[in-house]
Design a protein around this ligand. Sequence first.
Ligand code: NAD
Ligand code: TYD
Length: 363
Amino acid sequence: MLGILSNHSHKNCSMKNIIITGGAGFIGSHVVRLFVNKYSEYRIINVDVLTYAGNLENLSDIESAPNYVFERVDIVDAAAVDALFDKYQPEGVIHLAAESHVDRSIKDPLAFVRTNILGTVNLLNSFKRIHEDFEGKRFYHISTDEVYGTLGKEGLFEETTPYDPNSPYSASKASSDHFVRAYGETYGIPYVVTNCSNNYGQNQFPEKLIPLFINNIVEEKPLPVYGDGQYTRDWLYVVDHARAIDLVYHEGENGETYNIGGFNEWTNIDLIKVLCAQMDEKLGREKGSSEKLITYVKDRPGHDRRYAIDATKINKELGWAPSVTFEEGLAITIDWYLSNAEWLKNVTSGTYQEYYDNMYAKR
Ligand code: NAD
Ligand code: TYD
Protein backbone atom coordinates (compact mmCIF):
# COMPACT_ATOMS: atom_id res chain seq x y z
CA MET A 1 0.00 0.00 0.00
CA LEU A 2 2.69 2.46 1.05
CA GLY A 3 4.75 1.57 -2.03
CA ILE A 4 1.87 2.16 -4.45
CA LEU A 5 0.98 5.46 -2.87
CA SER A 6 4.53 6.75 -2.83
CA ASN A 7 4.73 6.25 -6.63
CA HIS A 8 1.59 8.28 -7.08
CA SER A 9 1.37 12.00 -7.77
CA HIS A 10 -0.16 13.09 -4.51
CA LYS A 11 -0.68 16.63 -5.82
CA ASN A 12 -3.13 15.85 -8.59
CA CYS A 13 -4.96 12.96 -7.17
CA SER A 14 -8.74 13.28 -6.90
CA MET A 15 -8.72 12.23 -3.25
CA LYS A 16 -8.49 15.00 -0.68
CA ASN A 17 -5.40 14.58 1.47
CA ILE A 18 -5.80 15.17 5.18
CA ILE A 19 -2.90 14.89 7.58
CA ILE A 20 -3.79 13.66 11.06
CA THR A 21 -0.82 13.96 13.43
CA GLY A 22 -0.47 11.71 16.46
CA GLY A 23 -2.76 9.13 14.84
CA ALA A 24 -1.02 6.20 16.53
CA GLY A 25 -1.77 7.60 19.99
CA PHE A 26 -4.85 7.26 22.15
CA ILE A 27 -7.27 9.89 20.80
CA GLY A 28 -5.59 10.11 17.39
CA SER A 29 -6.20 6.43 16.66
CA HIS A 30 -9.94 6.86 17.27
CA VAL A 31 -9.99 9.92 15.00
CA VAL A 32 -8.05 8.15 12.22
CA ARG A 33 -10.38 5.13 12.39
CA LEU A 34 -13.49 7.32 12.21
CA PHE A 35 -12.21 9.34 9.23
CA VAL A 36 -10.86 6.32 7.30
CA ASN A 37 -14.12 4.40 7.71
CA LYS A 38 -16.46 7.33 7.12
CA TYR A 39 -14.79 9.28 4.31
CA SER A 40 -13.64 7.14 1.38
CA GLU A 41 -13.07 10.38 -0.59
CA TYR A 42 -10.28 11.41 1.80
CA ARG A 43 -6.79 9.99 1.95
CA ILE A 44 -5.88 10.02 5.61
CA ILE A 45 -2.15 10.45 6.23
CA ASN A 46 -1.32 9.46 9.77
CA VAL A 47 1.86 11.30 10.79
CA ASP A 48 3.42 9.95 13.95
CA VAL A 49 6.97 9.40 15.20
CA LEU A 50 5.84 6.53 17.49
CA THR A 51 7.03 7.64 20.91
CA TYR A 52 6.29 5.40 23.91
CA ALA A 53 2.64 6.55 23.53
CA GLY A 54 2.30 5.76 19.82
CA ASN A 55 1.36 2.25 18.83
CA LEU A 56 0.36 1.07 15.35
CA GLU A 57 -1.41 -1.90 16.93
CA ASN A 58 -4.12 0.65 17.78
CA LEU A 59 -4.93 0.81 14.06
CA SER A 60 -4.51 -2.81 12.96
CA ASP A 61 -8.18 -2.97 11.85
CA ILE A 62 -7.78 -0.20 9.25
CA GLU A 63 -4.09 -0.41 8.30
CA SER A 64 -4.78 -1.89 4.87
CA ALA A 65 -7.66 0.43 3.95
CA PRO A 66 -7.09 2.01 0.51
CA ASN A 67 -7.49 5.55 1.86
CA TYR A 68 -4.98 5.21 4.72
CA VAL A 69 -1.25 5.95 4.76
CA PHE A 70 1.20 5.98 7.64
CA GLU A 71 4.25 8.28 7.68
CA ARG A 72 6.75 8.04 10.50
CA VAL A 73 7.85 11.65 10.88
CA ASP A 74 9.00 13.70 13.86
CA ILE A 75 7.11 17.01 13.76
CA VAL A 76 10.05 18.67 15.52
CA ASP A 77 12.10 18.10 12.34
CA ALA A 78 11.18 21.10 10.14
CA ALA A 79 12.81 19.71 6.98
CA ALA A 80 10.97 16.40 7.35
CA VAL A 81 7.66 18.20 7.88
CA ASP A 82 8.31 20.35 4.80
CA ALA A 83 9.05 17.26 2.71
CA LEU A 84 5.86 15.63 3.97
CA PHE A 85 3.73 18.64 3.02
CA ASP A 86 5.40 18.85 -0.40
CA LYS A 87 4.57 15.21 -0.98
CA TYR A 88 0.91 15.29 0.02
CA GLN A 89 -0.19 18.94 -0.35
CA PRO A 90 -2.78 18.41 2.40
CA GLU A 91 -5.94 20.50 2.31
CA GLY A 92 -6.50 19.84 5.97
CA VAL A 93 -4.43 19.19 9.06
CA ILE A 94 -5.90 17.74 12.24
CA HIS A 95 -3.13 18.10 14.77
CA LEU A 96 -3.09 15.80 17.79
CA ALA A 97 0.60 14.81 18.08
CA ALA A 98 1.87 15.92 21.46
CA GLU A 99 3.56 14.99 24.65
CA SER A 100 0.44 14.58 26.73
CA HIS A 101 1.18 13.53 30.31
CA VAL A 102 1.38 16.16 33.07
CA ASP A 103 3.66 14.07 35.35
CA ARG A 104 6.19 13.64 32.54
CA SER A 105 6.06 17.37 31.83
CA ILE A 106 7.10 18.04 35.42
CA LYS A 107 10.18 15.83 34.96
CA ASP A 108 11.12 16.97 31.43
CA PRO A 109 9.48 20.25 30.35
CA LEU A 110 11.73 20.71 27.31
CA ALA A 111 10.35 17.62 25.61
CA PHE A 112 6.97 19.38 25.79
CA VAL A 113 8.37 22.64 24.44
CA ARG A 114 9.91 20.77 21.51
CA THR A 115 6.95 18.66 20.40
CA ASN A 116 4.02 20.76 21.50
CA ILE A 117 5.29 24.23 20.63
CA LEU A 118 8.04 23.82 18.03
CA GLY A 119 6.27 20.87 16.40
CA THR A 120 3.06 22.90 16.04
CA VAL A 121 4.90 25.89 14.57
CA ASN A 122 6.67 23.60 12.08
CA LEU A 123 3.29 22.28 10.91
CA LEU A 124 1.90 25.80 10.60
CA ASN A 125 4.94 26.96 8.60
CA SER A 126 4.71 24.06 6.16
CA PHE A 127 0.96 24.50 5.77
CA LYS A 128 1.45 28.22 5.07
CA ARG A 129 4.27 27.55 2.60
CA ILE A 130 2.45 25.08 0.34
CA HIS A 131 -0.79 27.02 -0.08
CA GLU A 132 -1.08 30.09 -2.28
CA ASP A 133 -4.64 30.61 -1.18
CA PHE A 134 -6.43 29.07 1.74
CA GLU A 135 -9.86 28.62 0.18
CA GLY A 136 -11.30 25.32 1.44
CA LYS A 137 -8.25 24.64 3.63
CA ARG A 138 -8.22 24.18 7.38
CA PHE A 139 -5.76 23.74 10.25
CA TYR A 140 -7.39 22.18 13.30
CA HIS A 141 -5.53 22.12 16.61
CA ILE A 142 -6.69 19.66 19.28
CA SER A 143 -6.13 21.20 22.69
CA THR A 144 -7.05 20.73 26.30
CA ASP A 145 -9.14 22.42 28.98
CA GLU A 146 -5.99 22.47 31.14
CA VAL A 147 -4.92 25.71 29.41
CA TYR A 148 -7.56 27.50 31.52
CA GLY A 149 -5.80 26.60 34.77
CA THR A 150 -7.85 25.59 37.77
CA LEU A 151 -11.40 26.23 38.97
CA GLY A 152 -12.57 26.71 42.53
CA LYS A 153 -15.67 24.89 43.83
CA GLU A 154 -18.02 26.76 41.49
CA GLY A 155 -18.11 27.67 37.81
CA LEU A 156 -17.16 26.10 34.49
CA PHE A 157 -14.55 26.79 31.83
CA GLU A 158 -16.07 28.72 28.93
CA GLU A 159 -14.47 29.59 25.58
CA THR A 160 -13.92 33.11 26.93
CA THR A 161 -12.15 31.98 30.14
CA PRO A 162 -8.63 33.50 30.13
CA TYR A 163 -5.71 31.13 29.69
CA ASP A 164 -3.89 30.53 32.98
CA PRO A 165 -1.87 27.31 32.66
CA ASN A 166 -0.15 25.81 35.71
CA SER A 167 1.81 22.77 34.47
CA PRO A 168 4.57 22.65 31.86
CA TYR A 169 2.17 20.47 29.81
CA SER A 170 -0.67 22.99 29.88
CA ALA A 171 1.75 25.90 29.33
CA SER A 172 3.04 24.19 26.18
CA LYS A 173 -0.50 23.54 24.92
CA ALA A 174 -1.52 27.14 25.68
CA SER A 175 1.49 28.36 23.76
CA SER A 176 0.69 26.20 20.75
CA ASP A 177 -2.94 27.40 20.81
CA HIS A 178 -1.66 30.98 20.75
CA PHE A 179 0.60 30.21 17.79
CA VAL A 180 -2.30 28.73 15.85
CA ARG A 181 -4.42 31.81 16.48
CA ALA A 182 -1.50 34.13 15.72
CA TYR A 183 -0.89 32.38 12.36
CA GLY A 184 -4.57 32.81 11.62
CA GLU A 185 -4.43 36.54 12.35
CA THR A 186 -1.05 37.19 10.75
CA TYR A 187 -1.02 34.93 7.69
CA GLY A 188 -4.71 34.21 7.22
CA ILE A 189 -4.55 30.46 7.89
CA PRO A 190 -8.12 29.23 8.45
CA TYR A 191 -8.00 27.50 11.80
CA VAL A 192 -10.15 26.03 14.50
CA VAL A 193 -9.20 24.98 18.05
CA THR A 194 -11.02 22.72 20.49
CA ASN A 195 -10.30 22.44 24.21
CA CYS A 196 -11.44 19.10 25.59
CA SER A 197 -11.70 17.65 29.07
CA ASN A 198 -10.09 14.39 30.30
CA ASN A 199 -10.64 11.48 27.92
CA TYR A 200 -10.88 7.80 28.79
CA GLY A 201 -11.46 4.68 26.71
CA GLN A 202 -9.76 1.94 24.69
CA ASN A 203 -6.07 2.26 23.77
CA GLN A 204 -5.07 4.82 26.42
CA PHE A 205 -1.51 4.32 27.63
CA PRO A 206 -1.49 3.08 31.26
CA GLU A 207 0.06 6.19 32.77
CA LYS A 208 -3.14 8.25 32.90
CA LEU A 209 -5.44 7.65 35.86
CA ILE A 210 -8.04 5.22 34.52
CA PRO A 211 -5.89 2.77 32.49
CA LEU A 212 -3.08 2.91 35.07
CA PHE A 213 -5.51 1.94 37.82
CA ILE A 214 -7.13 -0.80 35.71
CA ASN A 215 -3.70 -2.28 35.03
CA ASN A 216 -2.65 -2.01 38.67
CA ILE A 217 -5.85 -3.65 39.88
CA VAL A 218 -5.35 -6.54 37.45
CA GLU A 219 -1.79 -6.92 38.76
CA GLU A 220 -2.85 -6.28 42.39
CA LYS A 221 -0.44 -3.37 42.69
CA PRO A 222 -1.02 -0.23 44.84
CA LEU A 223 -3.28 2.52 43.42
CA PRO A 224 -1.39 5.79 44.00
CA VAL A 225 -3.92 8.53 44.83
CA TYR A 226 -2.28 11.96 44.77
CA GLY A 227 -2.82 14.26 47.75
CA ASP A 228 -6.26 14.06 49.37
CA GLY A 229 -7.97 12.53 46.30
CA GLN A 230 -10.49 15.39 46.22
CA TYR A 231 -9.25 16.74 42.89
CA THR A 232 -11.99 16.95 40.27
CA ARG A 233 -11.91 16.10 36.57
CA ASP A 234 -14.61 16.12 33.88
CA TRP A 235 -14.47 12.80 31.99
CA LEU A 236 -15.40 12.16 28.36
CA TYR A 237 -15.44 8.86 26.45
CA VAL A 238 -12.83 9.03 23.68
CA VAL A 239 -15.18 7.97 20.87
CA ASP A 240 -17.41 10.94 21.72
CA HIS A 241 -14.37 13.22 21.47
CA ALA A 242 -13.59 11.74 18.03
CA ARG A 243 -17.19 12.41 16.95
CA ALA A 244 -16.86 16.01 18.11
CA ILE A 245 -13.59 16.39 16.16
CA ASP A 246 -15.29 15.13 13.00
CA LEU A 247 -18.10 17.65 13.47
CA VAL A 248 -15.83 20.61 14.23
CA TYR A 249 -13.49 19.80 11.34
CA HIS A 250 -16.41 19.84 8.91
CA GLU A 251 -18.80 22.36 10.42
CA GLY A 252 -16.91 24.53 12.90
CA GLU A 253 -16.46 28.24 12.12
CA ASN A 254 -13.01 29.41 11.11
CA GLY A 255 -11.25 31.35 13.84
CA GLU A 256 -13.46 29.87 16.56
CA THR A 257 -12.66 27.72 19.57
CA TYR A 258 -15.04 25.14 21.03
CA ASN A 259 -14.95 23.51 24.45
CA ILE A 260 -15.73 19.79 24.52
CA GLY A 261 -16.78 17.97 27.67
CA GLY A 262 -19.31 15.55 29.04
CA PHE A 263 -20.81 17.56 31.95
CA ASN A 264 -19.42 14.65 33.95
CA GLU A 265 -17.45 15.77 37.00
CA TRP A 266 -15.94 13.32 39.43
CA THR A 267 -13.59 13.72 42.36
CA ASN A 268 -10.70 11.32 41.83
CA ILE A 269 -11.53 9.26 44.90
CA ASP A 270 -15.20 8.81 43.97
CA LEU A 271 -14.25 7.77 40.45
CA ILE A 272 -11.63 5.35 41.78
CA LYS A 273 -14.20 3.74 44.08
CA VAL A 274 -16.62 3.19 41.18
CA LEU A 275 -13.77 1.75 39.11
CA CYS A 276 -12.73 -0.54 41.97
CA ALA A 277 -16.29 -1.84 42.42
CA GLN A 278 -16.67 -2.56 38.68
CA MET A 279 -13.28 -4.27 38.60
CA ASP A 280 -14.13 -6.53 41.58
CA GLU A 281 -17.29 -7.60 39.83
CA LYS A 282 -15.73 -8.17 36.41
CA LEU A 283 -12.71 -10.02 37.82
CA GLY A 284 -14.92 -12.08 40.11
CA ARG A 285 -12.98 -10.90 43.14
CA GLU A 286 -14.34 -10.39 46.63
CA LYS A 287 -16.23 -7.08 47.06
CA GLY A 288 -13.88 -4.38 48.39
CA SER A 289 -10.66 -6.12 47.39
CA SER A 290 -9.60 -3.51 44.78
CA GLU A 291 -10.28 -0.62 47.19
CA LYS A 292 -7.76 -2.14 49.57
CA LEU A 293 -5.07 -1.28 47.00
CA ILE A 294 -5.74 2.49 47.36
CA THR A 295 -2.60 4.20 48.67
CA TYR A 296 -2.46 7.93 49.29
CA VAL A 297 0.85 9.32 48.00
CA LYS A 298 2.61 12.68 47.84
CA ASP A 299 0.71 15.22 45.77
CA ARG A 300 1.63 16.28 42.25
CA PRO A 301 3.28 19.75 42.34
CA GLY A 302 1.08 22.49 40.86
CA HIS A 303 -1.88 20.07 40.86
CA ASP A 304 -4.98 21.79 39.43
CA ARG A 305 -7.87 21.37 41.86
CA ARG A 306 -10.79 21.22 39.50
CA TYR A 307 -11.55 21.13 35.77
CA ALA A 308 -15.09 21.34 34.41
CA ILE A 309 -16.20 22.25 30.92
CA ASP A 310 -19.18 24.23 29.75
CA ALA A 311 -19.90 22.49 26.42
CA THR A 312 -22.97 24.59 25.60
CA LYS A 313 -21.45 26.24 22.52
CA ILE A 314 -20.63 23.03 20.62
CA ASN A 315 -23.98 21.59 21.68
CA LYS A 316 -26.02 24.63 20.56
CA GLU A 317 -24.06 25.59 17.44
CA LEU A 318 -23.05 22.18 16.08
CA GLY A 319 -25.52 19.85 17.79
CA TRP A 320 -22.89 17.67 19.50
CA ALA A 321 -23.67 15.72 22.67
CA PRO A 322 -22.00 12.67 24.22
CA SER A 323 -23.48 9.36 23.07
CA VAL A 324 -22.78 7.26 26.16
CA THR A 325 -23.15 7.78 29.89
CA PHE A 326 -20.06 7.56 32.09
CA GLU A 327 -21.19 4.21 33.50
CA GLU A 328 -21.55 2.79 29.97
CA GLY A 329 -18.24 4.23 28.77
CA LEU A 330 -16.37 2.97 31.82
CA ALA A 331 -17.82 -0.53 31.44
CA ILE A 332 -16.81 -0.62 27.74
CA THR A 333 -13.33 0.58 28.70
CA ILE A 334 -12.80 -1.97 31.46
CA ASP A 335 -14.07 -4.79 29.24
CA TRP A 336 -11.68 -3.71 26.50
CA TYR A 337 -8.65 -3.74 28.81
CA LEU A 338 -9.62 -7.10 30.27
CA SER A 339 -10.00 -8.68 26.86
CA ASN A 340 -6.85 -7.06 25.44
CA ALA A 341 -4.30 -8.35 27.91
CA GLU A 342 -1.82 -8.78 25.04
CA TRP A 343 -2.02 -5.05 24.14
CA LEU A 344 -1.49 -4.14 27.78
CA LYS A 345 1.42 -6.55 28.07
CA ASN A 346 3.06 -5.12 24.94
CA VAL A 347 2.82 -1.48 26.00
CA THR A 348 4.03 -2.24 29.53
CA SER A 349 7.09 -4.17 28.36
CA GLY A 350 10.45 -2.47 27.71
CA THR A 351 11.14 0.64 29.78
CA TYR A 352 7.63 0.91 31.25
CA GLN A 353 8.50 -0.76 34.56
CA GLU A 354 11.49 1.54 35.04
CA TYR A 355 9.31 4.55 34.29
CA TYR A 356 6.64 3.32 36.66
CA ASP A 357 9.07 2.73 39.53
CA ASN A 358 10.51 6.16 39.03
CA MET A 359 7.18 7.92 38.81
CA TYR A 360 5.09 6.12 41.41
CA ALA A 361 6.87 3.64 43.59
CA LYS A 362 9.48 6.17 44.73
CA ARG A 363 7.00 8.96 45.09
P1 NAD B 1 -1.01 10.29 23.40
O1 NAD B 1 0.16 10.63 24.27
O2 NAD B 1 -1.76 9.03 23.62
O3 NAD B 1 -0.55 10.27 21.86
C1 NAD B 1 0.29 11.24 21.32
C2 NAD B 1 0.75 10.74 19.96
O4 NAD B 1 1.61 11.74 19.40
C3 NAD B 1 1.57 9.44 20.02
O5 NAD B 1 1.14 8.54 19.02
C4 NAD B 1 2.99 9.90 19.78
O6 NAD B 1 3.81 8.92 19.15
C5 NAD B 1 2.78 11.12 18.87
N1 NAD B 1 3.91 12.06 18.96
C6 NAD B 1 4.47 12.56 20.10
N2 NAD B 1 5.51 13.35 19.78
C7 NAD B 1 5.58 13.39 18.42
C8 NAD B 1 6.45 14.04 17.49
N3 NAD B 1 7.45 14.82 17.91
N4 NAD B 1 6.23 13.85 16.18
C9 NAD B 1 5.22 13.05 15.74
N5 NAD B 1 4.39 12.39 16.57
C10 NAD B 1 4.56 12.55 17.89
O7 NAD B 1 -1.95 11.57 23.48
P2 NAD B 1 -3.54 11.67 23.53
O8 NAD B 1 -3.98 11.49 24.93
O9 NAD B 1 -4.11 10.83 22.46
O10 NAD B 1 -3.73 13.21 23.17
C11 NAD B 1 -3.81 13.63 21.80
C12 NAD B 1 -3.99 15.14 21.76
O11 NAD B 1 -5.18 15.50 22.45
C13 NAD B 1 -2.86 15.92 22.42
O12 NAD B 1 -2.60 17.05 21.66
C14 NAD B 1 -3.43 16.29 23.78
O13 NAD B 1 -2.86 17.49 24.26
C15 NAD B 1 -4.89 16.46 23.45
N6 NAD B 1 -5.84 16.20 24.56
C16 NAD B 1 -5.74 15.04 25.28
C17 NAD B 1 -6.66 14.80 26.30
C18 NAD B 1 -6.64 13.51 27.10
O14 NAD B 1 -7.40 13.37 28.05
N7 NAD B 1 -5.82 12.54 26.75
C19 NAD B 1 -7.66 15.73 26.57
C20 NAD B 1 -7.72 16.92 25.81
C21 NAD B 1 -6.80 17.13 24.80
P1 TYD C 1 -4.24 12.26 34.67
O1 TYD C 1 -4.91 11.04 34.14
O2 TYD C 1 -2.74 12.29 34.71
O3 TYD C 1 -4.80 13.49 33.82
P2 TYD C 1 -4.62 15.10 34.07
O4 TYD C 1 -3.55 15.32 35.06
O5 TYD C 1 -4.20 15.56 32.71
O6 TYD C 1 -5.95 15.58 34.52
O7 TYD C 1 -4.77 12.53 36.14
C1 TYD C 1 -6.14 12.67 36.42
C2 TYD C 1 -6.29 12.99 37.89
O8 TYD C 1 -5.87 11.84 38.67
C3 TYD C 1 -5.39 14.13 38.35
O9 TYD C 1 -6.07 14.88 39.36
C4 TYD C 1 -4.18 13.44 38.96
C5 TYD C 1 -4.77 12.16 39.53
N1 TYD C 1 -3.87 10.99 39.53
C6 TYD C 1 -3.68 10.27 40.72
O10 TYD C 1 -4.22 10.61 41.79
N2 TYD C 1 -2.84 9.19 40.68
C7 TYD C 1 -2.22 8.79 39.54
O11 TYD C 1 -1.45 7.81 39.56
C8 TYD C 1 -2.45 9.53 38.33
C9 TYD C 1 -1.77 9.14 37.04
C10 TYD C 1 -3.29 10.63 38.38
